[in-house]
Design a protein around this ligand. Structure first.
Ligand code: GLN
Length: 538
């Protein structure tokens, strides 16, 4: 049976529970254990698919088509294990399940209650599909003390009791602030947070203390004493310069060894930190830069394009360059300013997006990239905009548009409503916004003698999708006659998946999201190639 590690947070949110969990997963894997990571989110949305990226950051998509919290992206990138639908649950999803069951009369007339019905359902999810793992690391979103997270915390308390405390470990991540005015480190918030956790029945086994500066021994002793945790299990995590330093820093603090000690397990082999050290060195010390512009709607919130930022960094690592990102709000981008704003840019990227707002700016920037032969990568909506730009300006189809935001023009991008997966037709619908997209991994066939075929070096690829609209294949010939090649298609040949320009050094649009599959040690070929082209752009 798997051993379960529960990671809760205290004092404030955004302390890096996701990264700490992902780093711990890597270290345990590296010591020879099989690990799975899960996230339990306390909000009422059934999944984050309908949440604005401004509110919640990027929606991460798994191979099996789940729209999940962005922390699952960290998990995948650090552990190399592809996340599944069953690795992210929300309060909304749990209640949805329980209420459906109640409507069907499956509770046999009982009063349906938070305890035991909601907590039982949470416990089922925690345990699901875990028999082959050595460890399951479950991160609880939010912080302890929130009304919303209470059922989850109660469920993990019960769960540990059910499987026996020796098979479950509680890690609590808190903030240990430094007060400049009095030049002091404060342990009180941590003490209070642990008190809160204990009041709902959980005694943490390990406390990870996030701090701006190293925590002196006397303060650690204080935390150990007041929080009733062995001093060796008071682990500090001082702000790192790049996230890739996190596994190195937790290794130095012996977090992984303390976890193994708790479970009476030994390291099967020494932890391998070499890959992290190598990429940290490149990130921190590389002198050469390349300027990349991301032109999108959600640029104000850094987390909105999390996987994209990461994938670009990976592409940079692969080419030994640092990425200088210029984030441009497509809604504010005026046509007259494009030239001056993109003056020093070596690569232009238009990410995924939804709705009309900001499309004019994107289309104008694509025109600029096409005419000035600047490397261009269009992802999902970015590819659709590249199609519209080409149709309007090169094919003189002035009314070319997407029916997503314009019902009266020439819909080169439209709602196809049916996708083929594993021989089965999947029907989309216009009515319900949640879970009605083409989601998850789909195959695409690459056309020989194209740029994309050279980049991937294979005939068939699998990439993750998240969109409702498709490029209408009926226009293929017209585009191809004028220099825009449909270089990747769905296996049945009906859906354009990739476009590229013949007479341009690097201009590619993809209907899928390659950023979800890029890893720090294995940069995605599209990003490596895009950065290489941008590096060579004068
Ligand atoms: N809005 C577009 C669609 O639904 C593109 C979505 C995206 O970029 N992820 O097809």
């Amino acid at each position: 049976m798997a051993r379960f590690i529960f990671v809760t947070g205290g004092v404030v949110s955004s302390l890096g529970k996701g990264l700490s969990s992902a780093s711990l997963a890597y270290l345990l894997q590296s010591r020879g254990y099989k690990v799975r990571l899960r996230k339990l989110d306390p909000y009422l949305n059934v999944d984050p698919g309908t949440m604005s990226p401004f509110q919640h950051g990027e929606v991460f998509v798994t191979d099996d088509g789940a729209e999940t919290d962005l922390d699952l992206g960290h998990y995948e990138r650090f552990s190399g294990v592809s996340a599944k639908k069953s690795d992210n649950i929300t309060t909304g999803k749990i209640y949805n399940d329980v209420l459906k069951k109640e409507r069907k009369g499956q509770y046999l007339g009982k009063t349906v209650q938070v305890i035991p019905h909601i907590t039982d359902r949470i416990k089922e999810f925690i345990k699901k599909d875990s028999s082959k793992e050595d460890f399951v690391i479950c991160e609880i979103g939010g912080i302890v003390g929130d009304i919303e997270s209470l059922p989850f915390v109660e469920a993990i308390r019960q769960f540990a009791n059910d499987i026996g405390k020796k098979n479950a470990l509680f890690v609590h991540l808190t903030l240990v602030p430094y007060l400049k005015a009095s030049d002091e480190i404060k342990t009180k918030p941590t003490q209070h947070s642990v008190k809160e956790l204990r009041s709902i029945g959980i005694q943490p086994d390990i406390i990870i203390c996030r701090s701006e500066r190293p925590i002196p021994l006397e303060h650690r002793k204080k935390i150990s004493l007041f929080c009733n945790v062995n001093i060796k299990n008071v682990i500090e995590t001082v702000d790192v310069r790049t996230i890739y330093e996190a596994p190195i820093s937790f290794f130095k603090e012996k977090l992984d060894l303390q976890v193994l000690n708790y479970f009476n397990l030994r390291s099967k082999k020494p932890a391998n930190l070499r890959p992290w050290k190598k990429i940290t060195k490149i990130i921190l010390h590389t002198k050469r830069h390349v300027n990349i512009a991301i032109i999108g709607k959600y640029v104000e919130l850094k987390d909105a394009y999390k996987s994209l930022d990461e994938a670009l960094t990976h592409g940079g690592i692969d080419n030994n360059v640092k990425i200088n990102l210029l984030r441009i709000d497509s809604e504010k981008l005026k046509v007259s300013e494009i030239k001056s704003k993109l003056k020093n840019i070596s690569g232009i990227l238009i990410p995924g997006g939804f709705g009309k707002r900001g499309t004019d700016g994107k289309i104008a920037a694509i025109k600029y990239a096409r005419n000035n032969k600047i490397p261009f990568l269009g992802i999902c909506y970015g590819m659709q905009m590249a199609i519209i730009e080409f149709a309007r300006n090169k094919l003189s189809l002035k009314k070319a548009t997407s029916s997503e935001y314009d019902k009266h023009g020439l819909a080169i991008i439209g709602l196809m409503n049916e996708w083929n997966k594993d021989g089965k037709k999947i029907k989309g619908t216009d009515k319900n916004l949640g879970g009605t997209m083409r989601l998850g991994s789909y195959d695409a066939k690459l056309i020989k003698n194209t740029k994309i075929h050279k980049i991937y070096g294979k005939n068939l690829i699998k990439e993750r999708h998240r969109h409702r609209y498709e490029v209408n294949i009926a226009f293929k010939e017209k585009f191809e006659k004028n220099g825009m090649i449909f270089s990747g298609l769905s296996p049945d040949g009906k859906l354009p998946e990739i476009i590229e320009l013949k007479n341009h050094p690097w201009f590619i649009g993809v209907q899928f999201h390659p950023e979800f599959k890029s890893r720090p040690f294995a940069s995605h070929p599209l990003f490596s190639s895009f950065i290489k082209a941008s590096k060579n752009h004068k």
